[in-house]
Design a binder for this molecule. Structure first.
Ligand code: PLP
Length: 424
């Protein structure tokens, strides 16, 4: 399947029905699965045989959708989670435990920043943030003997900084750790981080993948490229026997599937943030048109960004597909067909004018969301990032006057007309 083009994978990958089976992916709305022998159930519990037994760990609907996302990203295995937050948490917690440390780009989504800086700290896992534009030496200087991974967002929410994936991958691999990339904003339609050296990809599928603002969800994809067994002391959870599964050693027993199998067998079993089969069904429908929608998001966003750039009431515009943008060259390298539909900008008059402008919009709604079919707007300093101090806001690339505009797939002229009347 993965030799097919992305457009075909969006429609055809994952569920491939056999003779007489439903054409559309069925929703396996069942918590449990029936077996005729107690012996077989025991083998499933010991991971000696693969099969479904309880939806808290795995469900067929989810797995078909995860397989589609794995094919789109060019990975070997994937798992769906109940949210993007859960995906990020699992991606880290699968290889970090109390006493460990990781290095992370400071330009990331506010919820992820809080998860890493506050909640993981309570679990004994420390993070050091580094600006994504730092040199390789500056990033490497933050590594410690207990550092287990490097993390970044392809295009950061909401500051729209573009990660130099190859640079981050070089640093990570020189230090003997994997690079984990949150690829939510470009999606695999616009960027495939594994092709640039990333080892693991996470997504908030809530965004463009679902695309219709119907289902919260997340996904973790493994490239299968990172050689955990080269660092057995660093990754004992993957390289030494798991006594809770009768001595299974994930790297030895599951090869390239080790990371996702461990995340499923241990983290889903114990923490249980599984995506509901109904949500993954909706996600699958969204994925079928992802390639069409991303084109329209990008084309509309470019037109809106150009309009804003020319408007006298606008102080600044940040959109990496605009020539002259600080990240234009990186964007063209990693996302030659366009980045995403999200733009940030500020108005003359600052924070107060931002709030006034948003209240005057008619079609474009103020919602705590981004990256769905309908154009929407948010003021991160007052909403998503309000838990951050001013210092953290600036570190995360969020100016107090920053308006985040998520350009949808309506007609670009209608979007621009609404912005124009609100500015007036
Ligand atoms: N990663 C990015 C880049 C995001 O933008 C978000 C949410 O906005 C998340 C992760 C968290 O995802 P979710 O809201 O699905 O938990």
């Amino acid at each position: 399947m993965s030799k097919l083009k992305p457009e075909t994978l969006c429609v055809q990958a994952g569920w491939t029905p056999k003779n007489g089976e439903p054409r559309v992916l069925p929703i396996y709305q069942s918590t449990t699965f029936k077996y005729e022998s107690s012996e077989q159930m025991a083998r499933l519990f010991d991971l000696q045989e693969s099969g479904y037994f309880y939806t808290r760990l795995q469900n067929p609907t989810n797995d078909y959708v995860a397989a589609k996302i794995a094919a789109l990203e060019g990975g070997v295995a994937a798992m769906l989670t109940s949210s993007g937050q859960a995906a990020n948490f699992y991606a880290i917690f699968n290889i970090c435990q109390a006493g460990d440390h990781f290095v992370c780009s400071s330009a990331i989504y506010g919820g992820t920043f809080n998860l890493f800086a506050v909640t993981l700290k309570k679990l004994g896992i420390e993070v050091s943030f580094v600006h994504p534009d730092s040199t390789e030496e500056e990033i490497a200087a933050l590594f410690r003997p207990n550092t287990k991974l490097l993390f970044g967002e392809t295009v950061s929410n909401p500051s729209l900084e573009v990660l130099d994936i190859e640079k981050f991958a070089r640093v990570a691999h020189a230090q003997g750790v994997p690079l984990i990339v949150d690829n939510t904003f470009p999606t695999p339609i616009n960027c495939r981080p594994f092709e640039w050296g990333a080892d693991i990809i996470v997504h908030s599928t809530t965004k463009y993948m679902d695309g219709h603002a119907t289902a919260v969800g997340g996904c973790i994809v493994d490239s299968g490229n990172f050689d955990w067994s080269a660092y057995p002391d660093k990754y004992p959870g993957l390289c030494t026997p798991d006594e809770s599964y009768h001595g299974v050693t994930y790297t030895a027993d599951f090869g390239k599937g080790a990371y996702i199998t461990k995340a499923t067998a241990q983290l889903m079993r114990d923490l249980g943030s599984i995506q509901s089969p109904m949500n993954s069904f909706l996600l699958n429908i969204g994925l079928e048109t992802l390639h069409l929608r991303m084109k329209q998001h990008c084309s509309n966003a470019k037109q809106v960004a150009e309009f804003l750039q020319e408007n006298e009431k606008v102080m600044w515009v940040n959109y990496c597909d605009l020539p002259g943008n600080k990240y234009y060259d990186l964007a063209k390298k990693y996302m030659p067909n366009g980045s995403c539909g999200v733009i940030s900008f500020g108005l003359k008059g600052g924070r107060a004018k931002a709030v006034e402008f948003m209240d005057k919009l008619k079609m474009i709604a103020i919602v705590t969301h981004v990256a769905d079919a309908r154009t929407c707007v948010l003021h991160p300093a007052s909403h998503t990032h309000r838990q951050l101090t001013d210092e953290q806001l600036v570190e995360a690339g969020v100016q107090p006057d920053l308006i985040r505009l998520s350009v949808g797939i309506e007609n670009a002229n209608d979007i621009i007309a609404d912005i124009k009347q609100a500015l007036q």
